[in-house]
Design a protein around this ligand. Sequence first.
Ligand code: G4P
Length: 289
Amino acid sequence: MSEMQNIQWFPGHMTKTKRQIQASLKLVDAVAEIIDARIPVSSRNPDLDSIIQNKPRVVLMNKCDMANPSATQKWINYYSEKGIPAIPVDCKSGKGLNKFVPAVNDVLKEKIERLKEKGMKNPTIRVMIVGIPNVGKSTFINRIAGNNRAKAEDKPGVTRGNQWFTLKKGFEVLDTPGVLWPKFEDKTVGERLAFTGAVKDQVMDIELLAMRLLDFLKTEKNPLFVERFKLQNENIVQMESYELLELIGKKRGMLISGGEIDTERAAIMLLDEYRSAKLGKYTFELPGE
Ligand code: G4P
């Protein structure tokens, strides 16, 4: 569960985490970085590039079931231009996961060729998974590992910390993912992590958070959102987000004594419905913005 809530990301901890990842990097051929397809910038660790340096990488755009498909495609193109394969996945259903091994093999094509030329018939490829808390690392590992994982854990002599499971012959994944910290000191990043549920919204002003979400939803005008709150005849783009929050509360009959609108309840409901994908699929960040 949300490590972001439990882990204290103080500088000493970040240094320790960074060292652990750097140590594991020596054991692997490639890194699979999991990001949240809805917030491909905010769900990345800004220091990852310098941590992994030239290690071949694939990007798994997870939770693509909740992201805007055309935005996901733009990100795939963006990464492709940088020579990094980005694969849209939905670890909850397993969609897209069959592209993982081929993408890693592809990114390591030249290395595999070199090893074969040197006489290694079937070189073993090793990969590690990294990502910020709540991005879906455990879900991904559980999905791809299945029973193989349990077997690896039972193996005598395998010490905790460096366990591998065999995904297929000649392809192993490090069992424990590298947990990275997000750039949470950035206000916008913090808000987007809160929209998507990666950080607890208790730490934020819930109405303010709902207003920031509405800033985005009102310009996207997704029919699911508009129809759900019966906003068809309202000029929502022109509205202040607080006004819109009040209107949504009113439409849902969320009143407190004196006929005032319970905007706090409306905010909680709005965030909840967004997170359970009832308001449509959104991507908050596009390449080049
Ligand atoms: P972590 O190891 O990186 O910290 O993340 P974890 O796998 O625990 O996943 C965090 C949450 O994200 C979980 O939800 C998980 O079910 C959800 N999740 C992971 N992958 C996907 C995906 O592709 N699509 C969607 N829609 N959700 C995904 P949770 O609310 O914490 O638990 P639960 O509701 O699944 O019980």
